[in-house]
Design a protein around this ligand. Structure first.
Ligand SMILES: [Zn+2]
Ligand SMILES: [Zn+2]
Length: 317
């Protein structure tokens, strides 16, 4: 693929293919959890209030289209480098034993986890946050459409390791595909808005060392803390893990049920805001407009009023 028109066609076809696959999967998951399963999975909701509305989804889709374009350009560049023999990608199955493949896969996940953690910390520096990462954090009540809703700079940074690494480190091509699938699945899980893992998950090693949907969901409501994507290690080591994580993970169904009962008693309609087309609750989505504070004070009030989890209240910042 050397001529310009061939290159444009390759980019276009790859982009359309990626976008169609992405939105088909994300759309199905959203439909299953946020529409069809809305009542059925109520006990698994991580946040008490629903803030997602059509405006949020449209914004997320728009930013996702940019993220997918950057991902496509990265993939096309890797393809061209591979065709030119400039990468160390290999398709020779006989050269890769299962133990080596497994170690290689784990090694890449650990590397990717560190890459994500440190860049994520950088993206939270005030100047960088305002210019780039705020795009992702505009979504406080995260849902599957939030998964790839990034500023172009962030989208570039998150995949920027691939070309230099693939030019230096031998990688079995199907393993690279597996890593992409794992990264995609982890991102979706982090933004489900629901927690389906059993409560013992945060108590039993080695599971407890893994992050969960609740873990990243808390990052979206608290902003400062729980930066990691796959493992809790960096956050624990550097003191950036939110102290209320394990309690929130265990509490979720109970909190949701208590919240639903209380809201019903308060006369609040059961229909979620996003369905009613309201954007009133999106005040919480402005990271510099007192949003998180408002959200936290709401949580603090809720905890104080239902008389449970006083210790958690004290832990809120
Ligand atoms: Zn962040
Ligand atoms: Zn996120």
């Amino acid at each position: 693929m050397t001529d310009a028109s061939g290159l444009v066609r390759l980019v276009f076809e790859s982009y359309v293919g990626q976008a169609a696959t992405y939105f088909a999967i994300v759309g199905l998951i959203f439909f299953a959890l946020w529409r069809l399963g809305e009542r059925r999975f109520q006990g698994a909701r991580i946040q008490e209030k629903r803030r997602v509305d059509g405006r949020q989804i449209r914004r997320e889709v728009k930013h996702t289209l940019v993220t997918l374009l950057i991902g496509t350009l990265n993939a096309v560049a890797i393809t061209l480098l591979y065709q030119a023999g400039l990468t160390r990608l290999s398709t020779d199955a006989a050269a890769w034993s299962w133990p080596v493949l497994a170690l290689s896969f784990i090694g890449f996940i650990v590397f990717n986890d560190a890459w994500f953690y440190w860049w994520h910390r950088f993206l939270h520096r005030p100047q960088v946050f305002r210019r780039a990462h705020a795009v992702h954090h505009k979504s406080v009540d995260v849902n599957p459409f939030t998964s790839y809703s990034f500023h172009a700079f962030e989208a570039f940074i998150l995949g920027a390791w691939a070309i230099p690494v693939l030019m230096l480190v031998p990688v079995y091509l199907p393993l690279l595909v597996g890593l992409q699938v794992a990264g995609f699945a982890k991102n979706i899980e982090a933004h489900l808005g629901y927690e389906f893992l059993p409560r013992w998950f945060v108590r039993v090693p080695p599971f407890k060392w893994l992050t969960t949907s609740t873990y990243h969901n808390l990052h979206h409501t608290r902003f400062n803390g729980n930066y990691a994507l796959f493992f809790r290690g960096w956050d624990i080591l550097l003191g950036t893990e939110l102290p209320e994580y394990e309690q929130t993970f265990v509490d979720r169904g109970e909190r949701r049920t208590t919240g639903a009962v209380q809201r019903a008693e308060e006369g609040e309609p059961a229909t979620p805001r996003w369905r009613r087309g309201s954007s009133a609750a999106l005040g919480a989505s402005d990271p510099f407009g007192g949003g998180p504070g408002r959200l936290l004070s709401h949580h603090a009030k809720r905890r104080a009023s239902d008389g449970t989890g006083a210790a958690r209240c004290a832990g809120l910042r």
